[in-house]
Write a protein of this length. Structure first.
Length: 475
């Protein structure tokens, strides 16, 4: 193998592998180094997202949602089913197959783009050199004109509840449970806590969610967070806000969790607990001394708006740098960097990053919440439309939630779009595109939407911003 490259990418997750592919498409000689090792000992490209994050969680969310709907919604459609039961082993086999299909696809994508995929550890040395340690521990020195750091993130551990891989697990562990826990504790009512809590709740677990903050989903629009809490509670998620966990004692079969809330100290027994209190940038053994790459106080690699670190020709992307920890944000950064290295013009629009929480109802948003706009002092108008008034949603038996648009009064700019309801994660794409192209609220109003579709809800919300909705009494 040659040891000289135009670009070496360290990390083959959703930020690193697209960067390597685009560099290859740009006719650069590129290698991508990745050390991800699965629980069965196999190595795989794709990082957290493909192996232990986005993809496996969505596979289980889909399976568990089907199970839930079969039990609770089929009767309304006039469909009678007998005894419905879950085969967790089969469900997990499907999850594992989907992951394998996705990660193996990267090898063929690398081949197509001429990327050299290297499985093992990469460490940046000074002078744009990289030390590569292969799976057998053999070391080799490589060099490149540019190095892109894409080492991702790892779960934060709670000191009072250290992971043991059995009763106290991280999100990866909770994706691989072999049976449905009777009582599952979830620490943190964030994105992971709600998605994985929903999976195991739908499959029959009693789920207790302990959240340290008094507020629920504070990053979402206030109206969305209120609506979401109502639905999750109705589904039986026992969400306790303002609950600070202080530790746990092992019992015969589980754990006695200890926590404090406004009314004092409490204990509750669970069989297993998932700690999902956030993730932190992962830079273990990534940088040798003398590289000049600076980290901030929270451990993120410092970069500018184009993902350049302070060291010449060293770039960093994805969860390793500031901004939301989202696969698509990392992907766009990786692609931008590969284009900038090739001398092309490229940028990431950090104001139009969509977020999706894949619960039921699904939650999706882009741009500012109403609370943020209010705080900014800019005059604004709000339009909303409930799915209850959508013919398609009624036909789907999926009427929970609404679409909401927040726009500027002066120039009609779309400042934020917030959706809770069926297919919210798909519907938000229209709002992202509108914001990317600086469409006004009127542009959305004048765009024809097929009938009957869920997308009409966003159309009607835009009309309602000027109190000219057709299918809903304007208020
Ligand atoms: P990673 O995916 O973490 O990849 C980094 C890779 O670099 C890893 O393979 C790691 O092994 C490797 N590496 C690290 N150091 C080295 C080294 N020194 N040498 C060689 N290799 C190294 N985001 C979404 O947008 N949508 C979702 O639905 C979603 N669901 C999620 C569900 C869960 C349960 C979790 C945990 C996360 C989820 N995320 C989701 C977040 C998403 O997974 C991350 O934002 C994304 O994976 C970050 O990509 P990355 O490439 O920066 O890092
Ligand atoms: P998060 O930041 O979304 O939520 C963590 C929650 O834990 C917060 O509500 C926080 O207040 C709470 N918390 C923190 N310390 C606590 C404590 N000691 N006790 C109780 N609660 C505590 O983090 P996450 O859910 O771990 O997810 C990590 C990252 O992965 C997020 O940045 C997210 O964007 C990404 N992710 C995205 C998706 C998606 O896009 N659908 C899915 C899963 C994960």
């Amino acid at each position: 193998m040659s040891s000289q490259f135009d670009v070496i990418v360290i990390g083959g997750g959703p930020a690193g592998y697209p960067c390597a592919i685009r560099a290859g498409q740009n006719k650069l000689k590129v290698a991508c180094i990745d050390e991800w090792k699965n629980h069965d000992g196999s190595y795989a490209f794709g990082g957290t997202c493909l192996n232990a994050g986005c993809i496996p969680s969505k596979a289980l969310l889909e399976s568990s949602e089907l199970y839930y709907r079969t039990q609770h919604e089929f009767a309304v459609h006039g469909i009678k089913v007998g005894n419905v039961s879950v085969d967790v082993a089969a469900m997990q086999k499907r999850r594992a197959q989907i992951v394998k299909q996705s990660t193996m696809g990267i090898a063929s994508l690398f081949k197509g783009a001429g990327v050299t995929g290297l499985q093992g550890h990469g460490k940046l040395l000074s002078g744009n050199r990289v030390e590569f340690t292969d799976k057998d521990g053999k070391k080799q020195e490589l060099s490149a004109k540019h190095v892109v750091l894409a080492a991702g993130s790892s779960p934060v551990e709670l000191k009072s509840l250290p992971f043991d891989g059995e009763r106290i697990v991280d999100s990866w562990g909770a994706l691989e449970f072999e049976s449905v826990p009777k009582r599952l504790g979830v620490i943190g009512a964030g994105v992971i806590g709600l998605e994985l809590g929903s999976v195991w709740r739908r499959l029959g677990a009693e789920v207790l969610v302990l959240e340290a903050l008094e507020s629920f989903l504070p990053m979402t629009d206030g109206a969305v967070s209120k609506e979401a809490l109502k639905h999750f509670k109705k589904q039986g998620l026992d969400i306790r806000l303002g609950a600070k966990v202080s530790g746990a004692d092992r019992t015969k079969t589980g754990l006695m969790l200890k926590y404090t809330d406004a009314s004092g100290e409490k204990t509750i027994e669970v069989d297993k607990v998932v700690v999902a209190i956030g993730r932190r940038p992962y830079s273990k053994d990534l940088l040798s001394e003398g590289t000049g790459v600076q980290l901030d106080e929270r451990g993120f690699v410092k970069v500018d708006h184009e993902c350049r670190t302070n060291a010449p020709n060293i770039w960093a992307v994805g969860d390793l740098v500031r901004g939301p920890m989202l696969a698509h944000k990392g992907k766009e950064e990786g692609v931008m960097v590969a284009d900038l290295i090739a001398g092309k013009v490229s940028e990431v629009n950090y104001k139009a990053i969509p977020s999706v929480i894949y619960t039921a109802p699904e939650i999706a948003w882009v741009g500012q919440t109403e609370e943020e706009v209010k705080k900014s002092g800019r005059a604004y108008k709000v339009g909303s439309f409930p799915f209850l008034a959508s013919g398609r949603a009624r036909a789907m038996e999926a009427t929970a939630g609404f679409c909401k648009i927040v726009s500027a009064t002066d120039d009609d700019e779309i400042l934020g779009v917030h959706i809770i309801g069926p297919m919210a994660g798909e519907l938000i794409a229209e709002a992202v595109l509108a914001m990317e192209y600086s469409a006004s609220t009127e542009d959305l109003q004048r765009t024809m939407h097929a009938h009957p579709t869920l997308s009409e809800a966003l159309h009607e919300a835009a009309l309602n911003a000027d109190k000219i909705a057709i299918d809903f009494p304007n208020r």
